[in-house]
Design a binder for this molecule. Structure first.
Ligand SMILES: Nc1ncnc2c1ncn2[C@@H]1O[C@H](COP(=O)(O)OP(=O)(O)OP(=O)(O)O)[C@@H](O)[C@H]1O
Length: 462
């Protein structure tokens, strides 16, 4: 890999708005020359928008973009040293492979002999030598995508942008193409910026992964960093299967969860601080119950996953996901053990909902675009700004309803995190603000819901 430390792409304080919608929220990113960077995140998080801004197909609402040290925020796509490969091959169906690849070079009026040399080199690079006179419609999906890549690299861009280029291929073909892309990146030595929602693909291909959610960058790091040290529960959950539990950091190197204290290696969270505890399923040791067990439980289910077994183990009212090469049958009593260094502690992003609010009168407060009844507030102090208060609501006090009309307001379930003994939901309200909810009910991503907040759940903070 021909990497040096010079940034080739710099994204500085970039935001993108579509009307009311914030697709990108103050993005800062620096990509080194020769790096393979993957932008990873769930559908709608803004990955494609970020790639399109770098390509120049869209312009930033705020902030600046630089390529090779030159500001390119307002430069049109064809004058940027980048080329894009899209998910849909977007080849010209009436042209053969050669003419598809040569298209851009012909526009540049390149002499024929030079063009032929370049097209052949590009075909060789993607493993498609001898295919130049084939009709593109006669090629398989994988071959068509290779031609699309050849068409992009024949222009010798400094940066290749790839927007889910393998998404339309079947699993086997996708795996083969992943290996080929990695090899191509090594041979070409150019910078690859790759967009995907597939965690495994990101972990396999990248030097650096940029994890995004809701228009914001959550974490930037190497695949091992992101996998082993996820910065928050969103990244931990998104990047692989994890047990994520509520815990309390008793003091440095001692954490409490599942009703027990565990040694860990994390420091600096303070004393008795609420934290998220992340344990990977493969880091839980499972064995026939004995005194060595830190936790005792009953196996609920056991599924063979090809190489390992995946078991759900009930420990009190918690459920742990455990992976092991040995199977323990459903119903068996088992012990679990976790090494201190396999317990990952993460700062909680929030411990309750907090909303900007405005008092209407002593028992009514407005937030989330609605008027709510609340416990009586003494408003006699007229020096206070009662139109600018905060309201706190505990996660488990918010009520979700199947029937949207039953709610005081409505929203959509956006993100579901299983926390061992309950679900933590992010509900995007139609007021455009998130409401976080703890519940035992099972909801699906995308469910439309009614949201109700009872008066006694509202704490007005002046
Ligand atoms: N031209 C547009 N007009 C209005 N809203 C848009 C436009 N393009 C994108 N958005 C919105 O911006 C947000 C980010 O979209 P974007 O396509 O970047 O997400 P993504 O992470 O690439 O998702 P996917 O994987 O589904 O393509 C989405 O909510 C989307 O609906």
């Amino acid at each position: 890999m021909q990497q040096d430390n010079k940034p080739i792409i710099e994204v500085k304080n970039v935001s993108k708005f579509f009307g009311e919608k914030t697709a990108l929220d103050n993005i800062n990113l620096s990509i080194r020359k020769g790096e393979f960077v993957t932008i990873l995140g769930p559908s709608g998080c803004g990955k494609t928008t970020l790639l399109r801004l770098i390509a120049g197909f869209q312009t930033a609402s705020e902030g600046e973009l630089y390529i090779g040290g030159k500001e390119i925020t307002q430069i049109p796509p064809h004058r940027r040293p980048v080329n894009t490969v899209f998910q849909k091959y977007a080849l010209f169906p009436h042209l053969n492979v050669y003419d598809n690849i040569a298209f851009g070079l012909k526009l540049k009026k390149m002499p024929k002999a030079e063009m032929e040399k370049k097209v052949k080199a590009a075909l060789k690079m993607v493993g498609m030598t001898d295919y130049e006179y084939r009709d593109v419609n006669s090629l398989s999906g994988g071959q068509q995508q290779r031609v699309a890549i050849a068409r992009a690299i024949v222009n010798e861009p400094e940066v290749l942008l790839l927007d889910e280029p393998l998404a339309a291929l079947d699993l086997k073909m996708r795996k083969d193409m992943q290996m080929e892309l990695k090899e191509m990146h090594r041979r070409l030595g150019i910078t690859f910026v790759y967009v995907t929602h597939d965690q495994e693909e990101a972990l396999t291909l990248s030097d650096t992964i940029v994890v995004m959610s809701e228009g914001k960058i959550q974490q930037i790091g190497t695949p091992t960093d992101i996998y082993n040290e996820p910065i928050n529960s969103f990244v931990a959950d998104f990047i692989g299967e994890s047990n994520i539990l509520n815990g309390t950091m008793v003091r440095d190197c001692l954490v409490r969860f599942c009703g027990q204290e565990f040694e860990c290696v994390d420091k600096g969270f303070g004393e008795n601080a609420p934290v998220d505890v992340v344990i990977r399923p493969e880091d839980l040791y499972i064995f026939p119950v004995s005194d060595a067990a830190q936790l005792r439980g009953i196996v609920q289910s056991c599924i063979f996953k090809g190489v390992h077994y995946e078991m759900a183990v009930a420990v009190g009212d918690y459920e742990f996901l455990v992976q092991d090469y040995h199977a323990f049958e459903a119903g068996s009593e088992v012990g679990l053990l976790i090494k201190p260094m396999d317990i990952h502690i993460m700062q909680k992003e929030r411990v309750c909902n907090t909303f900007e609010a405005s008092m209407m009168d002593e028992t009514h407060v407005e937030f989330l675009g609605c008027e709510f009844e609340c416990p009586r507030v003494d408003m006699s102090d007229s020096s206070r700004d009662w139109k600018n208060v905060k309201v706190e609501v505990d996660f488990d006090k918010v009520i979700l309803q199947d029937n949207e009309e039953d709610g005081m307001l409505t929203g959509e379930v956006k993100f579901i995190l299983y926390k061992g003994n309950h679900y933590h939901l992010t509900v995007f309200s139609d007021w455009d603000e998130n409401v976080f909810v703890d519940t035992n009910d099972v909801w699906d991503d995308g469910d439309r819901v009614g949201i109700t907040i009872p008066a006694e759940a509202i704490r007005v903070i002046c």
